[in-house]
Every structure is written in structure tokens, then in C-alpha cells.
Design a protein around this ligand. Structure first.
Ligand code: T4K
Length: 388
């Protein structure tokens, strides 16, 4: 019970939770089913290089997203790099700064200049008007990010891409199983990239994939992820090692059987958070479009100027209670060292990015967090506001 200021851990009391509550605690599928796959892998003597479990996983993920091709990779960042290269992007590519650093790195790593555009204050996804302002003769493409699983403004971005002859792809790292105007993610732009990192809605320990309806592009990416080999002793394309292994695919197959359960828990937690903080001044939960498919993997608390407690005070107080809230994706890629030096004035062009990055707190959810725990986290937030 938190009856007074002194009962808050930040003021010296015992933390509300004995065990730490994480953002991104992995959602785990059935252990016995995983062990069966391990037995199968041992019997097969097949560990990597497009094995039967990887092929099965690709087939099922493509089906899940109603997309023609799924190319599984060792992680989402390599999948981004391969997709970027397969699309022959060069020069400058426009993307949001408000994203995980991997989106920018995947370009910079290939000597392509990431050009940061601003975002929409409500969806936190690219603002098409800002994208238009960033186009120069060197622009080769746009990477939209479906942040928090909310689709980027696909139609508007496609229109810009068509008008200017640009390639369009999406970083769909957060958007497994999500939709845009009723159609599954995986069907937009030239390619869409998923991440299966441990902390994602759907994980393969580490992993990722590209979804595309372009068969030729899919074939090119399959070559690129395996050093360009087209059969034994025959390299027909430059490439790298982006392959997914059988053990990672096994985890994926087990987790695929678990996705409905994870969505149910995530949605339950999301609604419990919404209910729990109703009426608190300056605090709100980022809302998902009820007409779309969502995975609710991220619960995003937004701290407004009218909140009596600052964002950073909230994070500090939650951490003291063992609630390990995160400042994703503060301070924005443009302010991280490799890009800060490239774009000393980018901040001036990204007012919404700055504002959103300063007010967001991502709070724990997933199958390891119960709605009762969510209610208690809300109690902490209520008391923090009340005692401020
Ligand atoms: N594009 C976007 C938009 C992305 O968000 C990401 C990845 C990518 C591209 C790249 O995809 P990958 O190459 O990663 O497949 C994490 C993840 O490392 C990263 O995958 C993810 N985005 C990003 C949003 O979050 P960190 O540094 O914040 O993660 P970390 O290690 O602090 O873990 C988060 C929390 O999860 C911790 O509190 C502990 C807990 N945790 C973590 C792991 C790995 C566990 O409980 N168990 C675990 O096994 O970056």
C-alpha cells in the first residue's frame, strides 16, 4: 500500500516489486514443443543453410501476413541491410529519426546518407509533408517505420515515391501481425522488414525476415543472404551471411503457435493501463486503431506538459520500484553520436521528434506481466502524481 510519499521506493521504502519488471521480457512458447524440434534437429544433422525448419517458418510467416515471399535472416538489422542493398539504394534515403538506431545504421553502414524527416505527433510515424521537404536530387528512397506496430502512412508515402521515382520500403520490426487499412503488413512498398529479436512480439531468440510480393527481389535477397551462392561452387551475386539457423527457426515455430495468447495478454494489459491512468493530469496511453490488427507489444505512456511530474522523474521513480520503464527512442537517431556530427542542425527540422522523444515512457507488458501487476504500476503512477 502506498499511503504517503514516504511509501515510495524513491524516498527510501522497499520497492513495490521484488523481481524486476522489464520492457521486452521475451514471450516464450511451449518448452516441450521446442524440445521436440531440438530432437528433430539432432536427427536431421541439419543446422543451418536453408534447413527444413527455416523453410517451414518462412512458409508460415508468409501465410500469416498473406505475403508472397518471406526470406528469413539472422536478425532484423541484417535483413534491413540486405533489403536496402537489393533495392540498389544509394545516395540519400529518407527515414524517421524517431526509431531504433538500427534503421539509420543499416543505411550508414552501406555508405548511404540517412536523411531524417519529422513525425506525426499522434502516430509517431513519418509525416509525409516533412518527407517531401527532405527530397533532393540525391534521394533514392524512403524507409517508413511502423512504429509500435502502427502502420506508417503507407498510401501517402507511396504517392511521394511514385511522384519522384523513389524506392519505398518499410521497417516493420514492431509490426508482426499488424495491418494497414485492413491488409496485413508485408504487402506494402517494395519490401518490409520484420525483427524477431528476443524483445519483440514474436521472437526466434535473434532473427528477422523480409516480406515481399516481388519474386525477383525475393530471389536476389535469398542469394545475398547466402554469399551469392546459386548451387555448389557457383557464386552469381555479391552477398553476405544473413542466414537463419534451424534452432532459431524452431523457436519461431513454437512461438507462432503462441501468438494469439500473446496478443490477448498484451491487449488485456493495454486496456488495464488505459483504465488505470484515466483522469490523471497530463498522462495518456498511446492508442491503437481499433479497426486494425494490432499486436499491442508496446505500451507507450505519454507525459504531457500539464503533468505535475516530469518524464524523467517518472522513469526514476518507476525504476526505484523495480519497474524498468524505457525512454524508447530518446533522444532520436539524429542526436546519437554518429549522426549528431553529420547533422548538427537536424534538430531544427525535427520539432515533433524532439517533443515526442522527450515525453515517451515505454512501460512493461507481455506475457510475463499480469493485469494485476499493471494495476499496481498504475497505482504507483497515481500516487506519484498525487504526492507531487
Ligand atoms: N528497427 C526497429 C524499429 C527496431 O526496434 C529494431 C530492434 C530493429 C530495427 C533491429 O532489429 P534486430 O536487429 O534487433 O532484430 C532492444 C533490442 O535489442 C532491439 O532488437 C529492439 N529493436 C529495441 C527496440 O530494443 P535494447 O538495447 O533496448 O534491449 P535490451 O537488451 O536493453 O533489452 C530490453 C529489455 O528486455 C531489458 O530490460 C531486459 C529484457 N530482456 C532482454 C533480452 C535480450 C529479457 O528479459 N530477456 C532477453 O533475452 O534494444
Amino acid at each position: 500500500k502506498i499511503n504517503s510519499k514516504a511509501d515510495l521506493a524513491i524516498n527510501g521504502s522497499a520497492p513495490a516489486f521484488i523481481e524486476k519488471l522489464h520492457v521486452g521480457r521475451p514471450n516464450m512458447g511451449d518448452k516441450a514443443a521446442f524440445q521436440k524440434y531440438v530432437d528433430q534437429i539432432f536427427e536431421n544433422h541439419w543446422l543451418s543453410n536453408n534447413g527444413p525448419l527455416v523453410q517451414e517458418l518462412e512458409h508460415r510467416i508468409a501465410e500469416h501476413h498473406q505475403a508472397k515471399n518471406c526470406i528469413a535472416m539472422c536478425n532484423g538489422t541484417i535483413a534491413l541491410e540486405i533489403a536496402i542493398r537489393a533495392l540498389d539504394l544509394t545516395g540519400e534515403v529518407i527515414l524517421p529519426s524517431y526509431t531504433f538506431i538500427a534503421t539509420a545504421h543499416a543505411l550508414h553502414w552501406q555508405e548511404i546518407t540517412p536523411v531524417f524527416a519529422d513525425i506525426d505527433p499522434v502516430t509517431h510515424c513519418l509525416d509525409p509533408a516533412s518527407v517531401r521537404k527532405m527530397i533532393t536530387p540525391k534521394t533514392a528512397g524512403i524507409i517508413g517505420v511502423h512504429l509500435w506496430g502502427h502502420a506508417a502512412p503507407v498510401n501517402e508515402l507511396q504517392q511521394i515515391a511514385d511522384e519522384h521515382g523513389l524506392k519505398l520500403m518499410f521497417d516493420a520490426a514492431h509490426a508482426f501481425g499488424c495491418s494497414y487499412k485492413g491488409k496485413m503488413i508485408g504487402n506494402f512498398g517494395q519490401a518490409e522488414v520484420l525483427s524477431f529479436h528476443a524483445t519483440k512480439f514474436f521472437n526466434t531468440f535473434e532473427g528477422g525476415a523480409v516480406l515481399t510480393n516481388d519474386d525477383e527481389l525475393a530471389e536476389k535477397m535469398r542469394l545475398m543472404r547466402n554469399f551469392g551462392f546459386a548451387g555448389m561452387d557457383n557464386v552469381i551475386h555479391p552477398g553476405t551471411n544473413g542466414k537463419m539457423t534451424e534452432i532459431h527457426a524452431a523457436m519461431g515455430l513454437v512461438n507462432l503457435d503462441n501468438v494469439d495468447k500473446v496478443i490477448r495478454r498484451n491487449e488485456e494489459n493495454y486496456r488495464a493501463y488505459q483504465k488505470g491512468i484515466t483522469g490523471l493530469p497530463g498522462l495518456s496511453i498511446y492508442t491503437f486503431d481499433e479497426n486494425e490488427k494490432n499486436n499491442f507489444q508496446y505500451v507507450v505512456l505519454e507525459v504531457g506538459d500539464d503533468c505535475p511530474v516530469s518524464r524523467d522523474e517518472i522513469i526514476e521513480a518507476l525504476h526505484a520500484e523495480n519497474i524498468l520503464a524505457r525512454k524508447y527512442f530518446w533522444p532520436g537517431c539524429h542526436k546519437m553520436l554518429p549522426y549528431r556530427e553529420l547533422y548538427p542542425h537536424a534538430g531544427l527540422l525535427l520539432p515533433i521528434t524532439q517533443r515526442v522523444a522527450e515525453k515517451v515512457v515505454v512501460i512493461p507488458t507481455g506475457t510475463s506481466v499480469t493485469p494485476d501487476e499493471v494495476s499496481f504500476i498504475c497505482q504507483v503512477l497515481i500516487k506519484l502524481v498525487e504526492f507531487s
